[in-house]
Every structure is written in structure tokens, then in C-alpha cells.
Design a protein around this ligand. Sequence first.
Ligand code: AMP
Ligand code: MG
Length: 364
Amino acid sequence: MKKRNWLVWVCLIVVLAAFWGWRERKFIERYPPENPAWNGEALGTFYSVKLVGSRLTNEGLERLKTAIDAEFEAVERSMSVFREDSDISIFNRAPVNASVPVDKEFAGLLKRALEISDMTGGAFDPTVGPLVELWGFGRDGRHAHTPTDERIQAVRGKTGWQKLSVSKDGVLTKNLDGLMLDLGAIAKGYVVDRLAVAIRGAGIGNFMVEVGGEVYASGRNSTGLAWKIGVDSPLLNAAPGKRLVGIVSLSDRAVATSGNYRNFFKGENGTLYSHIIDPRTGFPVQMRQTGVSVIASDCATADALATALFVLGEKDGLALIDKIDGVEALFVISGYGVCFREATSSGFYETVNYEHLDSKGQTL
Ligand code: AMP
Ligand code: MG
């Protein structure tokens, strides 16, 4: 009797263990890792997404990935100058005073872009595209020689954010012949914001999303702390993340960076011409190797302001940021060798958790 009892128990344990193993396997099959991360290419750049504590099933994760691809596709369809059939290309080809209807997202972004043009005294100008092309930073990506002054002024005459109007119902009109749109200085940040909405919509509160170096960090990372985002040294052509000057800890905020250390050309006299154009002169901004990072509650604003600050320079740029609530900025300007000088908006150190690193990447 006792022996039979013992046998029953063994059988029961074996059955339970088998059931447990089967359930675990089913669970693993159904659920991806708790902190899934992936990256890819879109909008001519790289992107990455990291989720923390996600309770998504495999199907849920696949749905989210599809939703993210759909966001990229929607942004390309309306804002890519590389697509002949995009809304932006249709607008760029349209004659003066023609009405070009666009979707409400595109119209909303343009309104925001024009607000930032106004706020920055035109340092950020989404109509600067023809000058970008003239200086050889355009669609074909080739670097041109310095154009003549007459040519620069003639092309500059075809730009001007005030010559663009967006009606309430999303109709765009150019009031100047040849006016074109280039949203390259705000689009990456804008798409980051759209991806953040899609990820939140999937019920995830802790995540980080990055498109071409522009970042939004939500909630906490996998160690339960704010997300740590590296600030690159403005070293010519250094790969992103290779050499950092500091680390920003972010939670529910965005950071975007503009600089002249990746996309530039050197003139005959060694001057560094950046791909960012000063709309007031028609010339590329000429500065020492510099990076400007802007922190804001949304990434489109951070992105556009980073470009504007690059145009305005340290003094005027930081004075502007000091007047805008909830936005901070950090300039990293090259000195000699690998030494860099940092200059910040007045609330930067108080409101941003920033860890400065020495030239070997050690915390000071
Ligand atoms: P970002 O890398 O965000 O600073 O954006 C730079 C891109 O924005 C350039 O490649 C141009 O396409 C465009 N751009 C250049 N200068 C300006 C400007 N002053 N305002 C707005 N967009 C600009
Ligand atoms: Mg920008």
C-alpha cells in the first residue's frame, strides 16, 4: 500500500513537471523578452526603439512594429523631398498662389515650424532648401564649390518663411515664385514624437526611441533609472557614440543635436562650411567644430531649435533659450586638440541631470 502511494506521488510530480515545462514553453513562444529592442533604417537614416517592462505578446509586438513602419511611411508620403509624389514635392513644384491641400498632420507640423521660425527670428527657416541645394548639401548629396555672391543672393531671394501660408483647413500656398519646403531640420524630431505616441498607444510607458540621433525617452530604463543619452564630442566624422563629452539623464523629455562635424565641406582656405545655412545671409554657418543639443518636452521642438541655435551661435542662441519655458541647451565648442568648451542655458545644470566626461570618457 505504502509503495503504491509512493508511486502515485512520483507519477503526479512527473505529470506536474511536464505540465509546467509545457506551460513555460507556451509562455516563451507567446511572449517576447520583457525589454525588446530593435533598430532599422527609415527616412534615409537609422532608428532604434527600446521598450522596458513590455507586456506585449509576440503578436502585440509585431502589431507595434507594423504601426511604427506605417508612421515612417506616412511621414515619407507627405514630407519626403526624395519622393516625386509626396505632398512636399507637389507643393515644391506648384506655381505661385496655387492651393495645395495637405493632411492635417503635415499642416500641423508646418504651423509648428513657422512658429519656431518666428520665435527664432528666421534662424530656423523651412524654406531654405534652394540654398541647401546651391551649396551642394541637397538631394544628390554632393558638395559643391563656393557659389558666386550674385547666385547666392538670387537664390536667397527665393526663400523666406513669411512667404508661406497654411490655412486652417490645411491648404498650403506660396506667395513667392520658386518657394520650396525642406523639413530636414525638424522631420526627424517630428517622427520621433509620432513613434512615441504609437508606443504609448500600445500601453508602454517606459521606452526610448531614436531617429538619426534625435531621441525621446519616456519613463525609466531597465535598471529603473532615467534613460542615459550620450552627447557626442564634435570630432570631425567620428561615428555616433564613439567619443562622448557627457551623458544626459532623461525621463519624459527629448534631446536633439545639430552640428557641423558630420555634414560639412572645407573651403579652399580650410573654412568649415556646415550643411546648416544662415537664412539671413544665404551662407552656410561657419563655426569651429560645434555641437548644440537642445532638451525639450517634444522632439520636433528640440530638433528645430537645435538647428536654429546653430545658426544663432552661442550668445544669441542661449539668450533665446533662456526666454523659452521648459527648454534647455548645451553648446559643445572645440578648442584645441580634443579639448571642448561647454556653454549652457541658465537653467541647464539645475533642470537637466548632466554628467560631464573627461577626454577618456571618464566621469569627472
Ligand atoms: P539638422 O541636422 O536637424 O540641424 O537639420 C539640417 C538640415 O535642415 C539641412 O540638411 C537642411 O536640409 C536643413 N536646413 C539647413 N539650414 C536650415 C535652417 N537655417 N533652417 C531650417 N532648415 C535648415
Ligand atoms: Mg534640427
